[in-house]
Design a protein around this ligand. Structure first.
Ligand SMILES: [Zn+2]
Length: 455
């Protein structure tokens, strides 16, 4: 493939957080081959195709550490706004998941990943509620992005795709074998989590992930509910219970961990367990992050933290910049101190910090020689970016969102150019998506109605 030079103001996120003005990244054979001044690179590589330009910011591709790719997408923004989180999840999302076909899974994941990459997200960790992993993996391949895929894992209750412990483990193992570690799409052990897994499922799943050298992810404590459930189940706090089962460790990524006490925080820190922090979901569902969240303390004590966009009915946009800005605003407001956390720290979580938290820091997350060429070109020629700021990080985070993303390269391949996917035309999926939405509501026995009269 022809060499490419991606030019602009580079936020490299390397060890020194170097910023290059009028910089360039040379992309060769899927990897970053050189980082330097644009003019030098163009002179040395006259045949390379040049992308970006002087009024562009170039960042590493963003990491979304917690994203549901199925279920929610096809009923996005259809769940009533004024119901409790449990009702939204168990009376709406779960029945729709139960009605999902393999075609629905692929369509849903394709739309979600298209939106994500259009907003600069190049790596997505799927959240553990996929019925047809091969169809979701196919969506990753169609859209041309990096990520992890798992299959639905729970062995408590009789919800959709619940199974006995051995069956759940067998399905997880087959995902790991189908998508080995190191590929563009990796198999991870993914459980629903909460109190929806037996002790044996939690502990054998952790052993399985460790043996395969891959990740384990599941939900815990976005609200106080898991704390109540585990105190009835074992007399212990959830993270304490999981520590005793041997579930914690550097390969484990827990989604949320909002309502945790000091001892739980210490256990997460001591075991190097990572957290995917999804602040829009807690705000959207009213789960109390402003009172209970300690994610910035966790980070400041050396904790491994990433950001996630979560589901399209608790987020809802798959836009890392929006999440980063919210996380920053919450950190400042909750501490009444604007010096505790800023745009630069948010950008770290969206790139190298997030990559390290999901165990991929050696491959992605920064613009450094030898890393995979996952890059995003943000166009700052619009009126909202005029004049350009002195510090590109502030401009990107506080004044921006994914709409400024113009070009995206994943593994050296341009997958978005001029704001459009080079691989999938979403307009060709509109009819199919509308049809699927109607059918899913019918099959799930749901009939959403707007709150205000519609004439
Ligand atoms: Zn989730």
């Amino acid at each position: 493939m022809t060499d490419q030079i991606v030019a602009g103001t580079l936020l490299t996120m390397d060890g020194e957080r170097t910023i290059w003005t009028n910089g360039g990244v040379l992309v060769r054979d899927g990897l970053i081959d050189a980082v330097g001044h644009r003019h030098d690179l163009v002179e040395q590589h006259p045949d390379a195709r040049v992308m970006g330009g002087p009024r562009c910011i170039v960042t590493p591709g963003f990491v979304n550490a917690h994203q549901h790719l199925t279920g929610d997408r096809l009923i996005r923004s259809c769940i009533p706004d004024y119901i409790q989180a449990r009702e939204a999840i168990f009376d709406w999302v779960v029945p729709v998941h139960a009605a999902h076909t393999g075609d629905d899974d692929e369509l849903s994941a394709t739309l979600s990943l298209l939106e994500a990459v259009g907003n600069g997200i190049t790596t997505t960790v799927e959240a553990g509620t996929v019925a047809h992993p091969e169809r979701v993996a196919r969506a990753f391949e169609r859209v041309g992005v990096r990520g992890t895929v798992g299959t639905w894992g729970w062995d408590v209750g009789d919800g959709p795709f619940a199974a006995d412990t051995d069956d759940v483990l067998e399905r997880q193992q087959s995902v790991l074998e189908s998508w080995p570690t190191g590929g563009l799409v990796e198999g991870w052990v993914t459980l629903v989590g909460h109190d929806l897994a037996s002790d044996r499922l939690f502990s054998d799943a952790a052993d399985m992930a460790r043996a395969a050298g891959t990740g384990l992810t599941f939900h815990m404590s976005p609200s106080p509910d898991d704390g109540v459930a585990f105190s009835e189940r074992s007399g212990k706090r959830p993270i304490h219970h999981l520590a005793d089962l041997g579930v914690l460790g550097p390969g484990t990524l827990i989604a949320h961990a909002v309502h945790i006490d000091e001892r739980e925080m210490s256990l997460l820190l001591d075991t190097r367990t990572a957290i995917a922090y999804c602040p829009w979901a807690y705000l959207r569902l009213g789960q109390g992050v402003t009172g209970a969240g300690h994610h910035v303390d966790f980070l400041r004590q050396g904790g491994r933290l990433a950001l996630g966009c979560d589901t399209e009915n608790a987020g809802d946009a798959i836009d890392a910049v929006r999440v980063g800005a919210l996380a920053t605003g919450l950190a400042r407001d909750m501490s009444c101190d604007p010096t505790v956390f800023g745009a630069h720290e948010a950008l770290e979580l969206m790139t190298i910090g997030g990559a390290e938290a999901i165990g991929m820091g050696d491959r992605i997350g920064s613009l450094e020689v030898g890393k995979a060429a996952d890059l995003v070109v943000h166009d700052l020629s619009g009126v909202g970016s005029t004049p350009n700021a002195v510090d590109p990080a502030l401009q990107l985070l506080w004044a921006g969102d994914g709409r400024a993303v113009r070009d995206v390269i994943v593994d050296g391949i341009p997958v978005v150019l001029d704001g459009r996917s080079t691989r999938v035309d979403h307009e060709g999926l509109v009819d199919e998506a509308e049809l699927a939405q109607r059918r899913l509501f019918e099959q799930a026995g749901l009939s959403p109605t707007p709150r205000w009269p519609v004439r």
